[in-house]
Design a binder for this molecule. Structure first.
Ligand code: FES
Ligand code: FES
Length: 136
């Protein structure tokens, strides 16, 4: 199967590969697996006090399309609010990367990962911080 140039570019020069401290209260971590192939993706976001995603990192054990999808999503979410990040759809990713039908699930993995990261961040904030702290 032929990969698109954009997939190859992200695969060869992945953006934002790495890890953040998952215990940091400003970090949300999403870890998801694809039942179809067993691939695993971890996507992390660092959120500032204004609720803006300042930084994002990923680590993906998977195919080229999964790596490219997660790399693209880390680029897309920087500077976005959490609500904006939640609107990212796998169809946007698949379209941008020109993924063929058999690789659509790789982009679903990236959508699931960013959603899981936002949810993890929100659940941490809900649990560990008073409103006063959040507002400060
Ligand atoms: Fe998972 Fe492609 S099937 S690496
Ligand atoms: Fe399974 Fe890409 S994530 S083939």
């Amino acid at each position: 199967m032929a990969y698109s140039e954009k997939v190859i570019d992200h695969y060869e020069n992945p953006r934002n590969v790495g890890a953040m401290d998952k215990d940091d209260s400003g970090v949300g971590t999403g870890m998801v697996g694809a039942p179809a192939c067993g691939d695993v993706m971890r996507l992390q976001i660092k959120v500032n006090e204004q609720g803006i995603i300042e930084d994002a990192k990923f680590k993906t054990y998977g195919c080229g399309s999964a790596i490219a999808s997660s790399s693209l999503v880390t680029e897309w979410v920087k500077g976005k609010t959490l609500d904006e990040a939640m609107t990212i759809k796998n169809s946007h990713i698949a379209e941008e990367l020109e993924l063929p039908p058999v690789k659509i699930h790789c982009s679903v993995l990236a959508e699931d990962a960013i959603k899981a990261a936002v949810e993890d961040y929100r659940s941490k904030r809900g649990a560990g911080h008073s409103q006063a702290e959040v507002a400060a």
